[in-house]
Design a protein around this ligand. Structure first.
Ligand SMILES: *Cc1c(COP(=O)(O)O)cnc(C)c1O
Length: 465
């Protein structure tokens, strides 16, 4: 049947009266418009990304960044010779970030874009492992950390490195500098402080850990480097807490990773790994590819990768500069503090992180105070019925009986949205007080960290404002 785009109704076409192919490879074609509409409509069920306060990643970019992403859809960042200007923009980003993080010589050091902090963390870890081998290290290497993001557990398992996680001490939620030395030995390739923990958003004390390692070196001779996982703190503190020393100002910090697609404000799919000096990245990890008649070194776990993310990152850097980033990030912190104040006023929560730029990232974390008669998984589930995704989860292994909640506040979240959210909290809390869940959801039932739970009570049962 001939399709006439000008007169046929899309939803009356034959392709629309059949269910979409789901299992075996489809036999027949569909009109592009029909296939597009089917996919587009199915994705409506994904929810609204800007109401997903469980993610750290960019959910808002401006039209210019979107345009640059669309224009570079066909550019492979690995083809340095074919797309030399994309390669050049990536290199400028490396120098800019090295400068931002106070590298001794940003023009000559090594760094690279990656698919995110996970790949960047692996590269930082691998470089530390190779440096340790070069120094004569033998046996099974280890690294020391506090409560880390899952990428470090992956690094340990994929690359045969023992992970030594320091248990949380007392009611502290970050690694205590005084505890670090006891976990280090001659096989320790690095200590990994998290600058912006995923659990709470809190900064770990990189300078304190560095001092503790200085003391360890004085008494034992062990010279243990630091890799900072600054996935989300790396593009915040330089603008909103510039006096906080966590970066290459500390000589022991040899490498840092951050996610451009988190607080770097770039679209999803870009991270950065930067080394203090060129010599901190062992030559064995570098592979040469063709570039403008010569060659250029690359060090990535991936080969082909889209170029748009690094391009959009460069756009964000020159668009905003230091003053622009300071303005944007300060506004996000303001929204976070506004949310924290609103939640505190509800009278049933105790704040763990209230969005103080010197203590942590643009996030708010809390637990319930006393015995409020509901659990946070139920509350998380109830909030979902209004479209808000807010994670409830247990603290790390040694404190897993404690449950906390966290909202990551990002570019595009306003104080007005914070008020709407607090009003929904209030409504959900009242609803939970009147109709307690018959059986409380466990973490598994609630979908765990990512919260894929379906609402137990339909929307209508929640009182209008
Ligand atoms: C998000 C995050 C990661 C992983 O980063 P991706 O960019 O998602 O790969 C690693 N460490 C910390 C502290 C994070 O917050």
């Amino acid at each position: 049947m001939p399709y006439r785009a000008d007169s046929d109704d899309l939803f009356a076409l034959p392709g629309m009266s059949r269910v979409a192919p789901k299992a075996g490879f489809p036999q027949h074609e569909l009109f592009a418009e029909v296939a597009y509409e089917i996919v587009h409509d199915e994705l409506m069920l994904d929810g609204v990304s800007r109401m997903n306060l469980a993610t750290f990643c960019s959910t808002w970019v401006d039209d210019q960044a979107r345009r640059l992403m669309a224009e570079s859809l066909d550019k492979n960042i690995v083809d340095k010779d074919e797309y030399p200007q994309t390669a050049e923009l990536e290199r400028r980003c490396v120098r800019m970030i090295a400068d931002l993080w106070r590298c001794p010589d940003p023009a000559t050091t090594h760094g690279t874009s990656t698919t995110g902090s996970s790949e960047a963390a692996m590269l930082g870890g691998l470089a530390a492992k190779f440096r340790w081998r070069q120094r004569g290290g033998t046996g099974t290497p280890n690294f020391v950390c506090g409560p880390v993001q899952v990428c470090w557990e992956k690094f340990a398992r994929y690359f045969d490195v023992e992970i030594r996680r320091i248990p949380l001490r007392g009611d502290r939620l970050t690694m205590h500098p005084d505890d670090v030395a006891a976990y280090c030995d001659e096989r320790t390739i690095m200590v990994v402080p998290t600058f912006g923990q995923t659990f709470t958003g809190l900064f770990e004390d990189v300078a304190g850990i560095s001092r503790a390692l200085d003391q360890l070196q004085e008494v034992s001779g062990l010279d243990i480097p630091i890799h900072v996982d600054a996935a989300s703190g790396g593009f915040l503190a330089p603008f909103t807490a510039p006096d906080l020393v966590w970066d290459f100002r500390l000589p022991r910090v040899k490498s840092i990773n951050a996610s451009g697609h988190k607080t770097g404000l770039a679209p999803l799919g870009v991270g950065w790994a930067i080394w203090r000096e060129a010599a901190d990245l062992p030559a064995e990890l570098i592979f040469d590819v063709d570039y403008l008649g010569g060659s250029v070194g690359t060090f990535n776990l991936n080969f082909s990768r889209p170029g748009g993310q690094a391009i959009a990152q460069y756009y964000e850097f020159i668009r905003l500069g230091r003053t622009g980033y300071a303005r944007v990030q300060s506004a996000i912190y303001r929204a976070a503090r506004h949310l924290a104040a609103g939640l505190r006023d509800l009278g049933v929560f105790e704040m763990i992180h209230d969005g103080d730029p010197h203590r942590g990232i643009t996030a708010v974390a809390w637990r319930s105070s006393g015995d409020p008669g509901f659990n946070l998984y139920d509350l998380s589930d109830r909030l979902r019925s209004r479209g808000w995704l807010i994670a409830a989860y247990p603290l790390p292994a040694d404190r897993e009986h404690e449950t906390i909640m966290r909202a990551v506040i990002r570019h595009g979240f306003t104080v007005d949205m914070a008020d709407l959210l607090v009003a929904d909290f209030d409504r959900c809390l009242k609803q939970l007080a009147r109709h307690p869940f018959s059986t409380s959801l466990t973490r598994q039932e609630a979908g765990g960290f990512t919260h894929s739970a379906t609402a137990v009570v339909p929307d209508e049962q929640i009182e209008p404002a």
